[in-house]
Design a protein around this ligand. Structure first.
Ligand code: SAH
Length: 358
């Protein structure tokens, strides 16, 4: 069976080609064609001999991920749904900012086993971990769909799944996308977000990318309740590991904090949040809960959200309020996928989206 090309790091490609009796530098040539020139048809790689070019399609599979939906939100967010076979789909979200940034939020798994109580993806238990080729494929698929005039500048692993539950594929995909001979994305512009798989966190520093941690609670008890992974790796262990990351990398940790009405949104939560994070170089992203049916949680009022933010600001915390984007295109984690896998009734209450014909 042919090897999926998008899943290969430069070193792995080199290994394959050297194994076939080719010179080492051939791997760099092919890599540059694919990622820099965006030539994916081997027959057009004119600095390779004709017989070599002709042999490549038998060895490597250059199939892109199949884009099955592309939705555009009124606020500029775009959502992509890729068909990865076996009736399974993954979501990828493109988020423009007012500055030059164009951030891609990629998925690392189909479904997820972390069981966070408020998360829609968690309702769909882990079905499969994505391969490095499928993660790189999301990037290439979106970049191809939007054209080269708009270059994706940042990647966040905040889509479906727990990236540190699939570290080999995640860090290989990062290696591929940050290769100087490839897309050449800066490692500083890649963020891996975790629900708190403490033993794997050192891999984030080792791979020189940024760390985001979904803290989502101000006490162990609340965190046990909303994120069961906390029972395995309690908050003090998680915070110790974050402190170590910040010390080693001289980089700030981003803490994500979802505001759940009556559960995590009280003023005493804000005060405790400041106290537990104050000795860690960090910033805090507060995210009002994005509601979905039967979640058992509610989104706090805008007034409560602003009060919570103001309290943190008054306490001197570096805090950002993440706007909920793409509500009209089901951009909350896992929702688009569910819509297209046979649960359209869950979305009837929402505004109609602008769906782009493919
Ligand atoms: N598993 C990883 C990455 C995926 S979740 C992690 O836990 O970090 C990405 C972020 O979305 C997390 O901070 C999570 O807490 C948040 N999130 C999940 N469902 C949400 C919802 N319905 N509303 C708001 N934020 C949500």
């Amino acid at each position: 069976m042919a090897i999926p090309f998008y899943g290969l790091t430069l070193d792995q490609l080199r290994g394959h080609l050297v194994g076939l009796g080719k010179e080492k530098f051939r791997a760099s040539q092919v890599f540059k064609w694919v990622y820099q020139q965006r030539v994916t048809d081997f027959s057009q790689m004119t600095n390779l001999s004709k017989s070599f070019r002709e042999s490549l399609p038998e060895i490597f599979d250059m199939n892109p991920l199949k884009l099955s939906q592309h939705l555009k939100s009124e606020d500029g967010t775009e959502k992509f749904l890729f068909d990865i076979g076996d009736g399974k789909t993954v979501e990828t979200v493109l988020i423009p900012s007012s500055d030059e940034r164009l951030t891609l939020c990629v998925s690392s798994e189909v479904g997820c086993n972390m069981a966070c109580r408020f998360c829609f993806t968690a309702k769909q238990k882990l079905q499969r971990r994505l391969t490095s080729g499928e993660i790189v494929g999301q990037f290439m698929g979106v970049q191809d769909a939007i054209g080269m005039k708009r270059r994706i500048s940042n990647i966040v692993f905040m889509g479906m799944g727990e990236p540190l539950d699939n570290p080999d594929a995640v860090f290989d995909s990062i290696e591929i996308l940050t290769s100087e001979l490839g897309v050449n994305l800066s490692r500083k512009k890649v963020t891996v977000s975790t629900s708190g798989l403490v033993p794997q966190i050192p891999l984030v520093a080792k791979n020189r990318v940024r760390l985001a941690v979904s803290l989502n609670a101000s006490t162990n008890e609340i965190r046990d309740h909303v994120m069961p992974i906390n029972k395995k790796y309690p908050m003090n262990q998680l915070l110790d590991e974050c402190r170590r990351y910040a010390f080693e990398t001289k980089d700030k940790v981003t803490f994500e904090y979802v505001l759940l009405k009556g559960v995590t949104d009280r003023i005493e939560d804000a005060i405790r949040l400041k106290n537990i994070t104050q000795d860690i170089p960090c910033k805090i992203n507060i995210i009002p809960f994005n509601e979905h049916p039967n979640s058992g949680f509610e989104r706090p009022s805008d007034e409560t959200v602003l009060k919570f933010q103001k309290k943190l600001m008054d306490l001197g915390v570096h805090v950002l309020l993440r706007k909920t984007m793409g509500r009209d295109i089901y951009a909350a984690c896992g929702q688009l996928r569910s819509k297209f896998e046979g649960h359209p009734e869950r979305f009837r209450a929402q505004r109609p989206s602008k769906e782009m014909a493919l």
